[in-house]
Design a protein around this ligand. Structure first.
Ligand code: HEM
Length: 144
């Protein structure tokens, strides 16, 4: 029986977030949103997985922002600076189980509350963005 924690295929094939998201937030808004996410992660049950110093934490947030810029319709900055995304492989060194995924998604929920006024997030595209987070994060789970 195939191990569900080692998917044979690539990332989920659902639609990416709407490009209107990057058009509205820009690089600056996306960076601010991801920095807020990482601050929330640092105070969450999965804090131990993330860098502990403020500078290293913000650096990690900025790396993630490059990916979200790319996936939300912006220029391919992540690939340009870090190469092929290979997100599942890059997450393998970290023990991510279902509970870790739920904690990560919970941090996103906090950030998405009021994201319209905070970052200029186009709220009509929240459902599609949430769907992306839910589907893509399932692909990051690498421990039973
Ligand atoms: C939609 C799903 C996800 C996306 C798009 C995503 C994206 C990213 C990106 C772009 C990076 C930076 C990779 C690099 O170093 O170049 C990263 C790092 C990381 N992610 Fe995720 N991630 C997702 C889900 C998760 C989940 C569910 C967890 C579980 C807690 C997680 C934990 C981590 C950790 C621990 C790092 C390393 C941080 C560091 O030390 O730099 N991610 N993620």
């Amino acid at each position: 029986m195939p191990d569900p924690h080692v998917p044979g295929q690539g990332p989920p094939q659902g639609p990416p977030p709407d490009p209107a998201i990057f058009a509205a937030l820009g690089e600056e808004g996306m960076r601010r949103m991801l920095r807020d996410l990482y601050r929330a992660l640092a105070a969450s049950p999965v804090a131990h997985l993330f860098p502990s110093g403020e500078a290293a934490l913000l650096e990690a947030a900025d790396r993630s922002a490059l990916f979200f810029i790319q996936v939300c319709g912006g220029p391919p900055l992540y690939s340009r600076f870090h190469g092929p995304p290979r997100m599942r492989a890059r997450h393998l060194p970290f023990a991510i189980d279902g509970a870790a995924r739920d904690a990560w998604l919970g941090c996103w929920e906090g950030v998405l509350e009021g994201c319209g006024s905070r970052y200029g997030f186009p709220e009509e595209h929240l459902p599609g963005f949430r769907r992306f987070l839910v589907e893509f994060s399932a692909w990051m789970v690498n421990r039973a």
